[in-house]
Write a protein that binds this ligand. Sequence first.
Ligand code: AMP
Length: 375
Amino acid sequence: MMTLGILGGGQLARMLCLDARRMGLRTVVWSGTPTAEPTEGVADLVLKRNFDDVEALEEFCSQVDVATVEFENIPLETLRAVEQAVGLYPSAESIGVSQHRSREKTFFRERGIPCAPFMLVNSLAELKAAHEEIGPNTVLKTAAFGYDGKGQVKITSVDELEAAWDSVEGGPSVLEGFVDFQCEVSVLVARDQGGSCLAFPVAENEHRNHILDLTIVPARVSVETLAEAESIAIRLAEELDYRGLLAVEFFVEKSGHVVVNEMAPRPHNSGHFTMNGCVTSQFEQQLRSVCGLPLGSTELLSDTVMVNLLSDMWNPDLKTSEICATEGAKLHLYGKSSLGERRKLGHVNVVGGHDVEARARQLKKKLLSFLVNSH
Ligand code: AMP
């Protein structure tokens, strides 16, 4: 029996383990943290040790046949050591590109991948110069990745530059032009060891306070926009000589053309719709590409809307029956007990029939009304 090693112990690792178990693979999770709740009882073995622990590295590598990641912020030395010992897909080099916004944006520019105009800034003086060049409407983002809108601030006039610089604590940053988009979409693409590439249907994403709220599939954009997003995602996978699953997030401009916002070398929140909406889930596809199996069909079986369950709208006692009462709703919980501020606790995929969006929005409204009533 083949054993897959997974670096990271959050919900993405959990869902990867669940598909691995269904397909007869063993899994070993190295969480890099003292707790790894989502993978407990789901992985065959969980190593709750730091990523700089050399004994943990040895133990992990002695247990697995091949490895992958569920998040990108893992020390490059650890990734390289795992890669040398057992093979790592995607490669340490590909993951490295995604670890820093500045590296990633520079990669896009060098390869002619369309993205918002940007400049790297390392001082207030550089920020002022960059703002003069790109402004007035811009977004300042820390170069080391924040997530879910953390480490970024919108700037609309020169008066805001100093406060913005303070808010990123004067660290290396990227100033980019604000994109006046019509919507945001994402594409998950898998590439196998032979270089074959398959994209999942383009997903349309709505955010609430910078965190993904709803994913609607198929995305409601023109066929030209769909084709453009898909071909850029595939081109990125090829430029990276990628093996594994790659998520690419785009802004759709008013013109219908797309620009890349960012990419993630792993399964993605906006790809959870595949778990009930497609022949193959994004997790199964990652397993297939990492373990050297043929890629699975990415065909969409039904219109699908995914509703994210954040801790601010979730109380399991109240909500499980409500969700089960919604036609075509499939509940996925991540096994997290702590209800920290706006944590992702699970998601619901609504599938089947012609009115999935209406059913999903109604379900969301109900979940939020519980929230209002419980305060
Ligand atoms: P990020 O963490 O870079 O994915 O940004 C989180 C969200 O902030 C995006 O999904 C957008 O909704 C918004 N955002 C980020 N950068 C820009 C930009 N350059 N122009 C417009 N909106 C942006």
